[in-house]
Design a protein around this ligand. Structure first.
Ligand code: NAP
Length: 374
């Protein structure tokens, strides 16, 4: 549940965003654009939490194993919005770092030891700059872009060559920019952890970034996606995109029974649980024997009254998923290329309008992904 205090502080953060957008853009555009400088947004402490402010800074230089990327597009995830509401901490906080984990662009320079990329390559950043493959180390999990490692909301970024992937040829930069967090998370939840098979029933909660990628991937594989939403117009769109059934979780608090009926009493084989506290036990109620739940998010908060014995009786598998490695991203890109998959982009904002993109995410009036083009 969101408290009234949370709602007030979110509203205040939105107002701040708009105010600083105007101020900061004036300041940055007032500086003559000099080829040695670039524009980027940075987190700054606000009266509560953080705000993003545009700055003009020196263009970075690629070290021996590093690559310079001219960013053409970025995309938002719920986490990016949540970060603005975190308490400012001068020791461990984000002040001065660049927001947004997701972005795609073109390689414009490489360091002398770089072997994986050359100038002109089309690339996207990995969510974790230091998680290439296998199980993650603690260091890898502390290298999340747009948080503990530099983010993508910058005209040019510098990164280790290991923190990039080539993007599928059929995708535009806008489309490729939607992949690093939401798409990789959905892919790992369904394919790597869930071992999804064609014909299986898949439950997707809400119509945000992760869930809509779950819908697109399930449909491409020949599985049977069932999706929930608070809005009937979004559910209609989901049916056009390949959902085999839908339920409105706002108008029907017993939405899980409606979802189970669609399976003819079989139950759902796969769940991408992004709802958390309010959805997990309901999803478990309708899980098929041998089913899999990927624990991904906490849109309604974390923690739950999950009947753990039920997990045992039905031989269920529950996995915690925290995005994935570069190897996972590359495997997903193969699937995306093979099926010529295109992400669902709700709206594209200009770089100068970045705070308005955050506002749209806060409003909930979107489906799929929100993109900022540079
Ligand atoms: N573990 C990881 O690696 C990972 C990666 C990505 C995201 N996440 C987490 O997963 C969650 C979703 O992220 P996202 O970026 O996909 O979010 P998003 O794009 O902002 O999607 C939010 C949508 O979810 C729906 N929703 C909101 N509250 C809900 C609730 N209580 N129950 C069911 N649906 C609800 C709404 O859809 P309708 O408008 O259709 O109702 C809303 O528009 C977040 O908690 C995020 O932090 C985790």
């Amino acid at each position: 549940m969101t408290s009234r205090k949370d709602a007030r502080s979110r509203k205040a953060a939105c107002v701040r965003l708009l105010f600083f957008a105007a101020m900061a853009f004036d300041a940055a555009s007032a500086c003559a654009q000099n080829s040695d400088t670039i524009r980027q947004y940075q987190f700054e402490p606000a009266s509560s939490g953080y705000q993003i402010v545009m700055k003009e800074v020196p263009q970075p230089v690629a070290g021996d194993n590093e690559v310079l990327v001219r960013v053409h597009a970025t995309s938002l995830n719920r986490r990016d919005l949540n970060m603005l509401h975190r308490d400012y901490d001068e020791n461990t906080g984000y002040a001065g770092s660049i927001p947004l984990s997701d972005g795609a662009g073109e390689v414009i320079a490489v360091g002398q030891n770089v072997t994986r990329f050359e100038v002109g390559d089309r690339v996207a950043g990995t969510f974790f700059e230091k998680w290439s493959d296998g199980a993650p180390s603690e260091e890898a999990l502390w290298s999340d872009r747009g948080g503990n490692a530099g983010g993508m909301l910058s005209e040019v970024i510098v990164t280790h060559e290991d923190g990039l992937v080539s993007i599928p040829d059929h995708l535009s930069y806008d489309e490729a920019a939607t992949l690093p967090c939401a798409a990789v998370t959905a892919w790992v939840g369904l394919f790597k952890r869930g071992h999804i098979e064609p014909g299986q029933y898949v439950l997707l909660e809400g119509t945000g970034g992760v869930s809509v990628f779950g819908l697109i991937f399930s449909d491409a594989l020949g599985a049977k996606p069932i999706i929930t939403s608070s809005r009937d117009d979004k559910l209609e769109r989901a049916m056009e995109m390949g959902a085999i059934g839908t339920a409105n979780y706002r108008s029907n608090p017993d939405w899980q029974s409606e979802a189970k009926d669609i399976t003819g009493d079989h139950g759902v084989d796969q769940v991408l649980d992004v709802g958390g506290r309010d959805t997990l036990s309901k999803a478990l109620e309708i899980l098929a024997y041998g089913g899999h739940i990927a624990l991904i998010g906490g849109l309604s908060g974390y923690g739950s009254d999950v009947p753990t014995d039920a997990i045992m009786w039905i031989n269920a598998t529950v996995s915690g998923v925290y995005v994935g490695s570069r190897e996972d991203f590359e495997a997903m890109n193969d699937f995306i290329s093979e099926h010529e998959i295109r992400p669902l982009i709700d709206r594209v904002f200009d770089f100068e309008e970045a705070p308005a993109a955050y506002e749209l995410m806060e409003s909930g009036d979107f489906m799929g992904k929100i993109v900022i083009r540079l």
